[in-house]
Ligand binder design. Structure first.
Ligand SMILES: Nc1ncnc2c1ncn2[C@@H]1O[C@H](COP(=O)(O)OP(=O)(O)O)[C@@H](O)[C@H]1O
Ligand SMILES: [Mg+2]
Length: 236
C-alpha cells in the first residue's frame, strides 16, 4: 500500500513555520536553588527541516526538547506550534497536542515492557481514536517499514537495543506528527545499530518529515541539514 494511504491528515507544507519560539526562559525551582536552564531562546523551524541540536552536557538540550514537545511549559516567552500558542495550555490540552502533533524518541527507548512491539505502536493510535481495523493496518505497516515484520509479537525484553529503538520510532510517527523529536536516540546503541537508526531518520526526513535530534554523535549531526548549538542555556 502506498505511503499516502496512511496519511491521517495533510502534512504541513514544506517551508511553513512549524515552530516559533521567542524569548523562551526555563527556570527550575528546586526549593533551595533556582537553575536557569534556558535564558531567552529564539527558535524557528520550518516544515521539512532536519535539525541536529548539539551542545555540552547540562547546556539545556533536553529542557528545550521537552518544551518543544509540550512535555513541559516555559517560565516565560512565547511558543507557537504550527500557529497555535502552547504557553497557556492546561495539562489536558497539552496531552492532546502531544498525541496529535509530536513524536518522541528517547535514549532509553521508553517502551512499555509488558506489551508487544505491535501493542506499543498501537497505543498512540488507540489514544488517537482510530478503529481496531485502522490501528491493526497502520501498526503493521509501520513495523514493516522499520524492518520488524517478524518481531511484532515480541516484547521489548525479547528485542535488541536497535530493534527497540525501531519500535520506538514506529510508535513516534504513528500519528503522523508535525515534528519528530529524538533525545540522544543512538546513545545506548552499538555503532552498527546506531548507523541503522541514523539511516531511518534520514529516510523519514526524505519522506518529508520535520525532525529534531539531540546528539553527541557528530556523524548523526552531519546528516542533518542544520545544526543548532546550545551553550549554557543560549542558542548560537
Ligand atoms: N527537573 C530539573 N530540576 C532542576 N534542574 C534541572 C532539571 N532538569 C534539568 N535541570 C538542570 O538544567 C540544566 C540543563 O539540563 P538539561 O536540559 O538536561 O541539559 P542537557 O540535556 O543539555 O544535558 C542543567 O544544569 C540541569 O542540571
Ligand atoms: Mg539531555
Amino acid at each position: 500500500m502506498s505511503e499516502g494511504a496512511f496519511k491521517l491528515r495533510a502534512p504541513v507544507p514544506t517551508g511553513d513555520k512549524v515552530i516559533r519560539m521567542e524569548g523562551i526562559r526555563k527556570v527550575y525551582d528546586t526549593g533551595k536553588i533556582q537553575v536557569e536552564a534556558l535564558k531567552g531562546v529564539d527558535l524557528q523551524v520550518c516544515a521539512g527541516e532536519f535539525i541536529a541540536l548539539v551542545g555540552p552536557s547540562g547546556s539545556g538540550k533536553s529542557t528545550l526538547m521537552n518544551l518543544i514537545g509540550c512535555l513541559d511549559t516555559p517560565t516565560s516567552g512565547t511558543y507557537e506550534l504550527r500557529g497555535e500558542s502552547v504557553a497557556g495550555m492546561d495539562k489536558e490540552q497539552l496531552a492532546t497536542i502531544r498525541n496529535r502533533r509530536v513524536g518522541f524518541v528517547f535514549q532509553s527507548f521508553n517502551l512499555l515492557p509488558q506489551i508487544s512491539a505491535f501493542e506499543n505502536v498501537e497505543l498512540p493510535l488507540l489514544f488517537g481514536g482510530l478503529s481496531t481495523r485502522a490501528r491493526r493496518e497502520r501498526a503493521t505497516e509501520l513495523l514493516e517499514r522499520v524492518g520488524l515484520a517478524d518481531r511484532m509479537e515480541h516484547k521489548p525484553t525479547e528485542l535488541s537495543g536497535g530493534q527497540m529503538q525501531r519500535v520506538a520510532i514506529a510508535r513516534a510517527v504513528a500519528m503522523e506528527p508535525d515534528i519528530l523529536l529524538a533525545d540522544e536516540p543512538t546513545g545506548n546503541l552499538d555503532s552498527a545499530s546506531g548507523q541503522d537508526i541514523m539511516s531511518l531518520f534520514t529516510d523519514l526526513w526524505t519522506q518529508g518529515r520535520t525532525i529534531i535530534v539531540i546528539t553527541h554523535d557528530s556523524a548523526l549531526a552531519k546528516r542533518a541539514d542544520r545544526q543548532i548549538e546550545i551553550h549554557d542555556g543560549n542558542i548560537h
